[in-house]
Write a protein that binds this ligand. Sequence first.
Ligand code: ACO
Length: 421
Amino acid sequence: MTRKATLTIDGKTIELPILEGSCGPDAIDVRNLYQNTGLFCYDPGFMSTASCSSGITYIDGDQGVLLYRGYPIEDLVEKCDFLDVAYLLFYGELPDSQQRELFEQSITHHTMVHEQLRSFFQGFRRDAHPMAVMVGVVGALSAFYHDNLDIYDAKQRETASHRLIAKMPTIAAMAYNYSRGCPLPYPRNDLTYAQNFLKMMFALPSENYQINPVVAKAMDIIFILHADHEQNASTSTVRLAGSSKANPFACIASGIAALWGPAHGGANEAVLTMLKQIGSKENIPKFIERAKDKNDPFRLMGFGHRVYKNYDPRARIMRKACHDVLDQLKIEDPLLEIALELERIALEDSYFIDNKLYPNVDFYSGLVFKALEIPASMFTVIFSVARTIGWVSQWNEMMTDPGQKIGRPRQLYTGQTLRHL
Ligand code: ACO
């Protein structure tokens, strides 16, 4: 029997159905609330609002659990590579060997970008932030794939999605090489997704580039950990843009824009800046006090999460990856010492305990990126490369949802009432 919530307003009682998920909180169906009561729900920031139903990613924020299509993130990092995970997110199941081969073929066949797209880069200043370049160039892809794209055709949506997964590393590596005045790279389709990305990032035409397997493995883990995270700000942006049936390349560009902010994907860059600013372990208490001071806008970057009120499982994997990478590459990074000590002190501090503020994935990812010699300005770009599979999977799911409507929130109006000149 369907559970119902009752709501009494001004003496009138209405019943609201409760929708059941397969795990996690159920949801009160308020779709008819306005029609039945003339009232809206007020929920800025979607603190208590499920904007859609989805079968892709599940997070239990209290327990610190993350599942992609039911599989724990820890298992996927241990037993799969990024393309397996990408297939899983997009199609719902892990691929068998034939499916994997076909998928890999399709992704590698789409890694090149149109030669004309390369000229877009010349329009940017060399010192432009690569995320600005990503927003522009990925948005520009929509100009290359618009006229013949039927988003109501599943096959064409699949091809557009494969194109995006395949071209994002190419565009990201082009953005990096443009910023450092190097030739724009071409992909190599005999390499894995992570290896190809590293080669495009760092290889120069004048030298041999040896791909370090430790670095390639770390990059693959980074891609898996960032692949999807249910209805976060950038994914919700992609869905909202897509709900108007906009071109998917333009929708992903809007997701990149949302990801850029330091409250979301930009946090890993901000963590490194903060660790440098802290400078030495002795300064940590001062910064902890600043983070607790309500009159100081400073926040401990890489701490806290809208959903995780426990240790972010991705942060745990990233913490281990960070130790592995630094050990194997024999790097001693004083910033890691500061990070470990900062984490230790914060986790014992009542402010962070009471507010359930734990390290999130960004706390250690910046240190791993640094060890891989990836500049800070590229951190969020790499996040966007990894998250593209999540974005296109969510977009596809939305496009096949029979109950899908254009996203159109309402408001609580607090401005002037009617007045005349
Ligand atoms: N440092 C200090 N205090 C914090 C922090 C922090 N990092 N995060 C939250 N708080 C405090 C807030 O000031 C607030 O206190 P109050 O209730 O007394 O006002 C309380 O904890 C609750 O925090 P909110 O900001 O209300 O939580 P919300 O869910 O809106 O924000 C967010 C989550 C944006 C991630 C926040 O924790 C933050 O800014 N963290 C730092 C940035 C960061 O690491 N972002 C990466 C997120 S992960 C990702 O996008 C991949």
